[in-house]
Design a protein around this ligand. Structure first.
Ligand code: ASP
Length: 446
């Protein structure tokens, strides 16, 4: 570790699987103590320890539902209580949790809000981890303030964080804050990511570390391609392109505060702490030489279950407002359009089959009645594969290589769209060829 790292504050957020039991707490402690720059820690509530286990947050919601419907909540409440007490005891801590749980139960009898009860998952986790690390506990209700429109009041929140945290070593519960009158309010599910991002932004941290149970962002779906190596660097735009149609590691919107300040976001794996994971930034300083060395594809994602609706009508391309009119039928029935493409006098709209199915006949009949196309086809079973890379723009021949790779594998290409910014190429293939397309492209570009 060098001197620079000590000065550069790291805000570290640990997700539910990283704090699921005492073994995970031990790993978290080692990670934090490994680098003194990790002074601000944000936690989620304990998640699943094994596939059929329950997340503490889910149990807390369930507990509140029992109260609402007048059903005995004690079996669920005991599960929650026991889970925290066993973590405490296994770590040899002496945090007086019993008294807190008794007081909470009293409040539950008297009438507790769902937000207050559910927020206790993160609250107790932060209390235990603070004691275990010898860090101070700071309640999120004193840092994160919501405005009356329901969103975080960033100005007030940043000021509280700056004043309260300063250079202290602290643990803060994620996922909740308070209204100006002090009433606890939850964020949406997975909201601890937002808490961590707000704190990192307010303190101008050198990095926001998001510790989870995955190695980082992978180049392709691990169910299709067996490669556990994460992408080392990815921009938010690329991430958005990939997560639009692929698996999600994190909700990009949730980290808006760090993105706005261009603070690097580092996805790390609590179960493999030596691995550098994935760094996400708005932009990287890369020159053409660096770009030429590395693979010019950042990732490959895709999805199945799409339908293509193609409208053909003489004069369609030159008629003012015709494309807009076609899209209007989809908007009217609340069907989001994933992609469009077309040729002369021909326009194709690509939508999710499951959504389109519900309003298919209404859209088709209205479109036919109002636009009188020469012909119209509806074809299911389309999959799309997106090849994404910020460096594609620097190289000649990307598109040709993608096409020839698929062609050589005997895969029929049903559609192609490529943005003029040359960040992505989206290829439509038959669903049966989907996994194979991802595989051959990965093999070519890895
Ligand atoms: N514990 C909350 C949830 O399960 C918040 C979080 O983990 O970020 O959604």
């Amino acid at each position: 570790m060098d001197g620079k790292e000590i000065i550069m504050l790291k805000v570290a957020k640990f997700g539910g699987s990283s704090l699921a039991d005492s073994t995970q707490f031990k790993k978290v402690r080692e990670i934090i103590l490994m680098n003194p720059a990790r002074k601000v820690v944000v936690v989620s509530a304990p998640g699943k320890r094994f596939p059929n286990d329950h997340k503490i947050t889910d149990l807390l919601y369930l507990c509140h539902a029992h109260i609402t419907y007048g059903v005995d909540y004690s079996p669920v409440f005991s599960l929650i209580r026991e889970r925290f007490l066993s973590i405490r005891d296994e770590l040899g801590l002496s945090v007086p949790l019993e008294a807190e749980f008794d007081a909470l139960e009293k409040e539950m009898h008297e009438g507790i809000t769902e937000a207050k009860l559910v927020s206790r998952g993160e609250y107790f986790t932060a209390k235990l981890l603070a004691a275990y690390l010898g860090y101070e506990f700071i309640d999120a209700k004193d840092l994160i303030t919501f405005g009356f429109d329901g969103s975080v009041d960033r100005e007030v929140t940043y000021a509280s964080i700056e004043q309260t945290v300063r250079s202290r070593s602290v643990v803060v519960p994620g996922f909740y804050g308070a209204m100006p009158d002090g009433v606890i309010k939850l964020m949406s599910r997975g909201g601890s990511d937002v808490t961590g991002a707000l704190i990192a932004a307010a303190l101008n941290a050198g990095v926001y570390e998001n510790w989870t149970d995955v190695p980082g962002i992978l180049m392709a779906d691990p169910r299709i391609v067996q490669d556990e190596r994460p992408i080392p660097k990815i921009t938010y735009l690329e991430l958005r392109e990939l997560s639009y149609i692929g698996a999600k590691v994190l909700h990009e919107d949730s980290v808006f505060p760090v993105r706005a300040k261009n603070i690097p976001l580092n996805i790390r794996n609590t179960n493999d702490p030596d691995h550098p994971g994935t760094v996400i930034m708005e932009a990287f300083d890369e020159d053409e030489t660096e770009a030429a060395k590395a693979s010019f594809i950042t990732g490959i994602a895709g999805k199945t279950g799409l339908t293509v609706i193609t409208v053909i009508k003489n004069g369609l391309s030159s008629a003012v407002g015709a494309f807009r009119q076609i899209l209007g039928f989809f908007a009217k029935y609340n069907v989001s359009v994933a992609y469009t493409c077309g040729g002369i006098d021909c326009y194709s709209v690509i939508v999710e089959t499951a959504v389109f199915e519900q309003v298919k006949y209404r859209i088709i009949s209205e479109l036919e009645a109002e636009m009188k196309p020469d012909s119209m086809t509806v074809s299911d079973g389309l999959a799309v594969v997106a090849v994404v890379g910020r460096k594609m723009v620097l190289r000649v021949g990307c598109l040709a290589k993608i096409m020839s790779t698929l062609g050589n594998a005997d895969i029929n290409i049903r559609m192609v769209t490529a943005g003029p910014e040359e960040m992505n190429v989206i290829v439509g293939v038959d669903e049966k060829d989907f996994a194979r397309s991802v595989k051959v492209l990965y093999e070519e570009f890895k």
